[in-house]
Design a protein around this ligand. Structure first.
Ligand SMILES: Cc1ncc(C[n+]2csc(CCOP(=O)(O)OP(=O)(O)O)c2C)c(N)n1
Length: 336
């Protein structure tokens, strides 16, 4: 158990992880029932990373997310109902139903968006961090990305820039061992965090199934960044329980074995944390059950809300798709 974690926060971290787990389990069901169009990338198994990192942030700190973004968004305070509404394609959704799973953003909570382009959040986080630094604001920017992004040039350009300019950025690499069906070992030599060391930034590896360890490591990185100490890199070793995306369950893939999945599930981040909370007398088994019931109610309410919301009308199809007051948008005409 972390030494710097107040008990109330330690309990909240369990509820936050359980919310992410239940949200994405529900998503799978709703995709199968055709209530969510298209498909999603579920976060189940990786909850300790999003919650451990975001628990060390304030509302004014920002994050950039990935294609597997539901966990980051919920951990930063995203609204369950508005998220489901977005996934349903409804007007009440975060992007008025136009964005879907991979574009959910809420600037008021510092969520600078999920992103379907692998690695693309890293330079956006640098931009936000540059603003914080230039304005003398004590906030930090977190860039989440997967092990698949570690070989993207843009991530290395972002890390180099952050190091040179000593930007308050924390690069969080979620190493779940696979990029789609490509195993990390086939495409990357050395530990991922060793690469960031070569840019001259603090870089470390942490057990991504232990939310307390992720929190402690992030907390130190945030303190350093706020004090002007520049960027950090945190490699979180974790595992995704489901396929790369919802549709994979209907395919016969062989890139990982059931035995491997079962081994990782033995280290489930929720079970691990529940055990820690109970052992540390931070809460009882009954408290855990009560938190679970409350979260389940929230999820059910969120789905109900999204189901009742109206769909956008076909006449509005082009609204919110283009920047307004920009000279060359179709809505305004090229002549203006
Ligand atoms: C620039 C770019 N290249 C390729 C893709 C296709 N693609 C989507 S997700 C993905 C794998 C990403 O793996 P990783 O970064 O490890 O994240 P994970 O899916 O494991 O969370 C790929 C290659 C993409 N979306 N963007």
């Amino acid at each position: 158990m972390s030494n710097i974690l107040p008990p109330q926060m330690a309990r909240k971290m369990y509820a936050d992880m359980f919310r992410i787990r239940q949200f994405d389990i529900k998503v799978v069901e709703l995709v199968d029932d055709d209530l969510i169009p298209g498909s999603c990338h579920e976060y189940c198994g990786q909850e300790a990373v999003a919650v451990g990192v975001c628990s060390a942030l304030t509302k004014k700190d920002i994050l950039t997310s990935t294609h597997r973004g539901h966990g980051h968004t919920l951990a930063k305070g995203g609204d369950v109902g508005k998220m489901f509404a977005e996934l349903f394609g409804k007007s009440a959704g975060y992007n008025k139903g136009r964005g879907g799973s991979m574009h959910i953003a809420d600037f008021s909570l510092g969520i600078f968006g999920a992103n379907g382009i692998v690695g693309a959040g890293a330079p956006i986080a640098c931009g936000a961090a540059h603003k914080f630094k230039a304005a003398g604001e004590p906030h930090v920017a977190v860039s989440f990305f997967g092990d698949g992004a570690i070989n993207q040039g843009v991530v290395h350009e972002a890390m180099n820039l952050a190091a040179i300019w000593r930007l308050p950025v924390i690069f969080v690499c979620e190493n779940n061992l696979y990029a789609m069906t490509t195993p990390l070992r086939d495409v990357t030599i050395l530990e991922l965090y060793e690469r960031a060391q070569s840019y001259g930034m603090a870089s470390t590896k942490v057990d991504g199934m232990d939310v307390g360890a992720v929190f402690d490591t992030t907390f130190s990185a945030v303190e350093r960044a706020r004090a002007g100490g520049g960027p950090s890199f945190i490699q979180c070793d974790t595992y995704r329980y489901f396929g790369h995306y919802s549709g994979e369950r209907h395919m016969k893939t062989t890139y990982r074995t059931q035995q491997e999945i079962d081994e990782w599930k033995k280290r489930d981040p929720l079970d691990f944390w529940a055990e820690r909370l109970i052992q540390g007398s931070i809460c009882s088994a009954q408290d855990i059950e009560r938190m679970k019931r409350e979260v389940d109610e929230q999820i059910a309410e969120g789905v109900e809300y999204a189901s009742q919301c109206p769909a956008p009308s076909p006449q509005d199809a082009l609204e919110h798709m283009y920047a307004v007051n920009y000279p060359y948008t179709p809505a305004q005409g090229a002549e203006q």
